[in-house]
Write a protein that binds this ligand. Structure first.
Ligand code: GLY
Length: 388
């Protein structure tokens, strides 16, 4: 197996060419969608706007975060203007609709305001991320030792694997304050995920219900996957990237090992075409793809490729590049006059009798597909900026 440096050199022409096309497209989008809180695209290929009615939606930080990340790399004003506009638009969610906030405030503010603060030093961005991080910490269940998901009474003792991606906001606040309390909450969540979400074979349960008194797991649910006991690919992706992020922020080997375990499972279950299906244990037909699972996983694999010794890391870099190339070739759109860059993202599995394909959001442009694709391409270009 080639090592990471050899693979990067071998794929340099593709990486550079893809970056150039992506950057041209994203810059056009930054101008066109500066004041649009972007999610998917409409029938004209232009971003749908979440401002009216869905400003608290968990994905609303990705478009601004993508612009912050591109600004950090290029220093082009278009990206900064868009990122700054986005964080002001999200103030409605942070200040006026506080009661709607949930476990995903890291996705909403850490990669946007948290990143902008780290890039520009703007104290107002720091306040926003500080406030969001405290909201996340406030969701910690002291008896159970976990961060509770969602806001419903029924879900008060539920956890989800996705939360691994929100806890970097807590590691950040601990560093910022020189106070380990937030880090300890984050590590409790990551440890719980190892015990209760990660299965022995390296697959991951999306949702775990805990005993209200002891915190012990009492049930798992299929969540956005096919069914209970199956393996929703984006949940696996949150595991690959989320665990390695906890390793980067703490240096604790158990998180690196957990990330590797999920990564090995993901690679073994990704079909020969390197295009992830929505659920690795769903029926083979019909074929439902989720490109977002691939690009999120690629980001985690690239971190593993950098962190592990040469003889081991190359395998993860190899898989990341294979997946990114397959996704760009099959689902990429680099025309500058529309807002979909990575198609064939899927919100959830269309379980027969529960969600039809439209309601499940199958095979669509989703903003975090674009976000993680761009993050992966910047990593391949050598960017050391970690938005998480
Ligand atoms: N965090 C929800 C999802 O991955 O769709």
């Amino acid at each position: 197996m080639k090592n990471t440096a050899q693979l990067l050199a071998e794929n340099k022409a593709w990486i550079d060419e893809t970056y150039e096309k992506m950057e041209k497209k994203l810059r056009a989008m930054a101008v066109r969608s500066r004041d649009v809180v972007a999610y998917g695209v409409d029938e004209n290929g232009l971003h749908r706007d979440m401002k009216e009615g869905r400003i608290s939606w968990w994905t609303n930080g990705f478009w601004g975060g993508l612009n912050a990340m591109m600004y950090e790399y290029t220093k082009a004003d278009e990206y900064l203007a868009c990122a700054k506009s986005q964080e002001k638009l999200l103030d409605v969610a942070l200040r006026e609709k506080y009661l709607e906030l949930h476990h995903d405030v890291g996705f909403q503010w850490h990669i946007l305001s948290g990143a902008l603060y780290r890039i520009t030093g703007d104290p107002e961005s720091k306040v926003r991320n500080f406030f969001a991080a405290n909201t996340l910490a406030g969701r910690f269940n002291i008896d159970g030792g976990y961060i509770t998901a969602w806001n419903g009474k029924k879900q008060i003792n539920w956890t989800i694997i996705d939360s691994l991606m929100n806890i970097p906001q807590l590691y950040w606040l601990s560093r910022e304050l020189g106070d380990d309390r937030y880090k300890r909450i984050a590590m409790a969540q990551a440890d719980m995920a190892i015990c209760d979400h990660l299965r022995d074979d390296g697959s991951i349960a999306h949702i775990v219900e805990h005993d209200r008194e002891t915190g012990e797991p009492v049930a798992t649910y299929g969540g956005q996957g096919y069914a209970e006991g199956t393996s929703w690919s984006r949940g696996q992706a949150w595991g690959v990237y989320g665990f390695v992020l906890s390793y980067i922020h703490t240096g604790e080997e158990r998180y690196l090992n957990a990330s590797k375990q999920v990564a090995n499972y993901f690679i073994a279950n990704c079909c020969d075409d390197w295009l992830p299906r929505i659920d690795f244990r769903a029926p083979a037909e019909p074929v439902y793809y989720d490109s977002t699972a691939g690009v999120i996983t690629a980001c985690g694999l690239l971190e593993l490729g950098k962190l592990l010794p040469e003889n081991e890391g190359g395998m993860y870099t190899h898989a990341a590049i294979k997946m990114l190339r397959a996704i760009a070739e099959n689902f990429g759109n680099f025309d500058t006059d529309n807002d979909c860059m990575i198609g064939y993202g899927s919100e959830r599995y269309p379980v027969p009798g529960q969600f039809d394909e439209k309601k499940a959001g199958v095979h669509m442009s989703i903003i975090y597909g674009d976000y993680y694709f761009a993050e992966a391409i910047l990593k391949l270009r050598g960017s050391e900026f970690l938005p998480w």
